[in-house]
Ligand binder design. Sequence first.
Ligand code: UD1
Ligand code: CA
Length: 463
Amino acid sequence: MSTSDRSGNPVAVVLAAGKGTRMRSRRPKVLHEVAGKPILAWVIEAARASGCEQCLVVVGHGTGDLKRAFADEDIVWVEQREQLGTGHALAQVRELVGDAHHLLVLSGDVPAVRAKTLERLLSSAATGWGAIATARMERPGSLGRVVMKADGVLERIVEAADATEQEMAIRTVNAGLYVLPAAEIFDYLAALQPDNAKGELYLTDALGAAAREREIKCVAVSEADEALGVNDRADLARAHRVLMGRGIEALMEQGVTIYDSRRVVIEPSVRIGPDSEIHPEVTLTGDTQIGRECVVHSGAWIRHSSIGDGSTIGPHSVLDGAVVGDGATIGPFARLRPGTEIGRAVRVGNFVEIKNARLGDGVKAGHLSYLGDAEIGDGANIGAGTVTCNYDGRKKHKTTIGKRAFIGSDTMLVAPVEVGDDAVTGAGSVITNDIPGGALAVGRVRQRTIEDWVKRRKRKDEE
Ligand code: UD1
Ligand code: CA
C-alpha cells in the first residue's frame, strides 16, 4: 500500500506508540481526553488543518482501542511492535510514504499545537532541509534541550536524561514537531544507535546527525503552551486548561459574557450566540449550541443540547440531548433528558423531569413532575406533581395531551392515554381512560367529611 501524496502536500506522521507509563493507566495515553476530545484527535486535527490530507499514525499500545475510537477517520495505521524510541517509530513508515516530499512529524502527545504554527514550520522547511518547532520555557522539565549553531539553526537536541548541568540550563526546548524530507530522513534513522540514558533510538539524534551536513531551521512556536507534551496526569490537566481557555477566549471575543472564565467548563465544541451570559460553575459540553441573549445560571450542566434565543436556564438544571426553543425558562433544578423537545416560551420549573417528550409552544410545567414518552400540545398547563405513568413493568407507553389542556395537580396519567384539547383533569386524579376534548375528568375517591369527629374521639378516649 502506498500513501504517496502526488499533489505535493506534506504527509503527516503522528508518533503515538509510546507506553505512556507515567500516566499509570490501562488506556493508551493519547486516548485520554482533554477539552472534550482525545489528545490524539487534537494533534490530527491540527495536522489536517495545516494542509496534510494523508495522515499516518504509528501505534503500538492499545492499537485496537485507538482504531475503534477513530473508526470514522481516514487514517493509515502503522504498527510499531516494540517501542524502541521515537526514531524507531518514525522508521516504521518508510515503505508507506511513497513519493511524498516532506513529512510533517508530530508527537501524538502534544495536543495544544496550532495549525498556524505547523504552517509556519512547513513553509520554513521549504527553504532549507528541514525544520523543528521550539519553545522557550522557564521550567523545561523533561523536554529535550535545543542547542543551536547560530540563531535559528539547529546543532543538536539533548534529551534531559542525557544532558549535562550546563545543557539542562538551556531554556529552548524541542516541541516534538518536525518537517523532514521523506527521501533522506530514513537513512539517518537507519544509522541510529541506542547509546543514551534510556537505551532508545532517538529521533532527535538523527536530527543532530543531519544537522552536521544540512540546515535544519528552528521555528519558535507562538506560545509556549503549544509545546506542552502530555506525559503524566499533571500535564493532562495543564493541556486541558490551555485548550479550554482558548475556546473560552474565542467565545468572549464573539460577544459572550462569561463572568468568571476560570470557573466554567465550556468545551471548545460548544457554540454560544452574542449577548448570552454564562454564570460561574456552568458546564457546557459536547455538541451544544446556545442562542443569543440567553442566560445560563450557576450549576447548570448541559451536554449535546440546543437552546434557542432569549432562553434562561436556571441554576442546577441538567440538560442532556435536549432541544429547547426560543424564550424558554428552564429550572432551577430541572432535568431534561434525551429526546426532550421544547417549543417557544415554555416554562419548566423546579424538579420537573422530562424524557422523550415534546412540549408545544407556551406549555407550563412548573413543579415536581415526570413527563416521559409524551406529546403535549401548545398552551397546555401541567399541574404540580403530574406524572405520566409510562412504564407498566414491561413496555413504555405514550401519553398525549391536547392543546390548552389543564392537568390538575397530582394527576397520574396511566399510559397509553390521550387527553383531548381544552380538557381538564381534577387534582389528584388517576386517569386511565382517554378524555375527549373539552371534558372534565375526575378519577379519585369522593371526599367524605365526618362532622364533630374529633370531639367524639375525645369522648371515646375518656370512657
Ligand atoms: C520527546 C523528544 C523530546 C521532546 C519531547 C516533546 C525524543 C527522543 N525526545 O521526548 O526531545 O522535547 O518529545 O514532547 O524524541 N513514541 C512512539 N514510539 C516509541 C517512543 C515514543 O511512537 O518507541 C511516541 C510516543 O507515543 C509520544 C511521542 O512518540 O507520542 C514522544 O515520545 P515520548 O516518549 O513522550 O518522548 P519524550 O520523552 O516526551
Ligand atoms: Ca512526550
